[in-house]
Design a protein around this ligand. Structure first.
Ligand code: CU
Length: 187
């Protein structure tokens, strides 16, 4: 791999020579933690477990490699059902052959751990988290934005081929339906 560096600073400061060696940037332990955003020992109202995988099967009438969540594809992946105010814990496990940048609309996720190593840096807030093959992440978010939200892989060919689900708040309804029979497809 070619090394790459990114330097941020004020305009009038002369840039040092590019670094050719040094630790890789890792947001898991970058910066200082400060106050824990959900308290020192948060208790979660909901827990979800999402295992990403590959399988062969039919989707939209075609035989293809499917990108699955808990062995299912859109629109058959159960929605994440929450109540407003819930503190939600989600575990991502990638047992597939490719990266999955998971993107939850309408919320920010806080990364808690990767592969069992706790996040110890400044709070790692993100709206998209890349989960590489073999990785396991734990994240948390506060359900503070009622609606029906997309939750999907941002490799959009994966989304098209199944990796789409929804975050649904209790009591929120939509007149729209999704799935092949409706013509309302996510990608
Ligand atoms: Cu993906």
């Amino acid at each position: 791999m070619e090394p790459a560096a990114l330097l941020l600073g004020p305009e009038d400061v002369e840039a040092p020579d590019p670094l050719t060696e040094g630790p890789l940037f890792d947001p898991l332990d970058y910066g200082s933690p400060g106050e824990p955003p959900f308290g020192p020992d948060p208790s979660f109202d909901r827990r979800f477990h999402q295992v990403f995988g590959n399988s062969l099967g039919f989707h939209d009438g075609e035989f293809m490699v499917l990108w699955t969540v808990n062995n299912r594809v859109h629109p058959d992946i159960p929605s994440l059902l929450v109540r407003e105010g819930d503190l939600v814990h989600v575990t991502f496990v990638n047992r597939s052959l490719d990266d999955h940048p998971m993107h939850l609309h309408g919320h920010r996720m806080l990364v808690l751990s990767r592969d069992g190593r706790r996040a110890t840096g400044g709070p790692w807030w993100t709206d998209t988290l890349n989960v590489a093959p073999g990785e396991r992440y734990e994240v948390a978010f506060r359900a503070d934005n009622p609606g029906l939200w997309m939750d999907h892989c941002h490799n959009l060919d994966h989304a098209r081929d199944g990796m789409v689900m929804h975050l649904v708040y209790d009591g929120v309804h939509s007149p729209y339906e999704t799935g092949r029979a409706t013509g309302n497809l996510p990608e």
